[in-house]
Design a protein around this ligand. Structure first.
Ligand code: MG
Length: 384
């Protein structure tokens, strides 16, 4: 049975959509006709598969004399009844997961015991219970499952969730630490973006050089990520006042994540919003951040995927915390999945796919600096 016939039968029996609208959805047909890592089966059995993938970085990344030219990723697929959902685990080395650990985790899973992909809560509760941590590996299953279910329904998740695509923020584009000359060139290259993200927290001289160099080229809004680099609250406040005079609009993780009281002191006095990144991994981290931060940075690879990210958005809103959506170095698969949540966020840092040269997916696009959602069913990405 071909995909379109399968789809027609499904729609007829489920009555979810008008058959005409769904069958004529060219994006869905196009996505489903793309080749898959596995031979597609029309069985109503949930099957998970994976393959390691080294994403090549457009610009080598150097820290302390060590240069990285690739970033490790594991791509996943879940198949059911002729449909294929795609997912991804992206592992920055500092978070402790590797291609080997992700594949070891995925090997432990048996999704065939679930009779339907629509049992999202049961399936993901089971995945989360198999072992502690492994958040990127869990996200790889979560994203593939959401992609699969969205494709069966013939709708993108931003629509299923009822979000307004017009409310997505501009994404920031990161300019890494470098010499004045290179920072100037990178700033000029970042001109299509409406927000520049700069990583600070090295030392006062370097931090100020980075911001002054960017400001010598452009007045574009800057988001600052100090990555826990400021150890003293008085110094941090001084830096924030200095930055506030230079068109900076927020500060991510200014102090070490364990210094909650000091961060609360800083947030109370800061003229700029203070956002938790390293301090905010999962849903259960959020309540204790209330009062210490103004907002949270949600990333699929930290929080096990789209289901929990959606829950984090609701909880953060209920606690009057402001919301940012971020990413690792990822292909357009995980980036498009994260973008589904972007309409509910105030800031977005979804530039991970722009940093790699061998993206295996095409999905969410940045148009005039803004995250622009498409009509593709599922996570909004197609495999190239
Ligand atoms: Mg950060």
């Amino acid at each position: 049975m071909n995909n379109i016939t399968t789809r027609r039968n499904f729609i007829k029996s489920a009555g979810l959509l008008t058959a005409a609208a769904a069958i004529l959805n060219p994006f869905e047909i196009f996505a489903q006709s793309r080749s898959s890592l596995l031979k597609r089966s029309a069985e109503k059995k949930l099957t998970l598969s994976w393959i390691p993938f080294d994403a090549k970085l457009r610009h080598p990344f150097t820290i302390s004399g060590f240069t990285r030219t690739t970033t490790p990723i594991v791509l996943t697929e879940i198949t059911w009844d002729g449909f294929t959902g795609y997912g991804e685990a992206a592992m920055p080395p500092y978070l402790g997961e590797t291609q080997a650990s992700v594949m070891e985790f995925l090997k432990k899973l048996d999704l065939s015991k679930f009779s339907s992909p629509f049992q999202i809560q049961d399936i993901l509760n089971y995945v989360d219970s198999v072992a502690l941590n492994n958040t990127a590996a869990k996200a790889a299953v979560d994203i593939a499952l959401h992609d699969l279910v969205g494709k069966i329904m013939g709708q993108p998740w931003w629509k299923i969730w009822g979000f307004n695509p017009a409310t997505t923020p501009n994404t920031s584009f990161t300019i890494g630490l470098d010499t004045e000359e290179v920072v100037k060139i990178k700033t000029l290259e970042a001109s299509p973006y409406k927000v520049i993200k700069v990583k600070l927290g090295v030392n006062e001289k370097t931090d100020k050089m980075m911001v002054n160099t960017i400001r010598s080229v452009t007045d574009t809004i800057i988001c600052v990520d100090a990555n826990q680099g400021w150890k003293d609250k008085h110094y941090a406040l001084e830096m924030i006042h200095w930055l506030n005079e230079r068109n900076v609009n927020m500060i991510e993780q200014p102090m070490p994540k364990l210094l909650l009281d000091e961060t609360a002191w800083l947030s109370e006095k800061s003229p700029l919003p203070i956002i938790a990144d390293e301090a905010c991994q999962r849903l259960t981290d959020i309540p204790k951040l209330k009062g210490a931060y103004h907002g949270v940075n949600i990333k699929l690879m930290k929080c096990t995927g789209m289901r929990e990210a959606r829950e984090m958005v609701s909880l953060a809103k209920a606690l009057h915390l402001r919301i940012m959506i971020g990413c690792m170095t990822e292909t357009s698969c995980a980036i498009s999945a994260a973008a589904q949540i972007a309409p509910e966020t105030e800031w977005a840092d979804l530039d991970g796919n722009l940093l790699i040269s061998n993206d295996m997916f095409e999905g969410m696009k940045i148009v005039d600096g803004k995250i622009t959602l498409n009509e593709l069913a599922g996570i909004g990405a197609i495999k190239l």
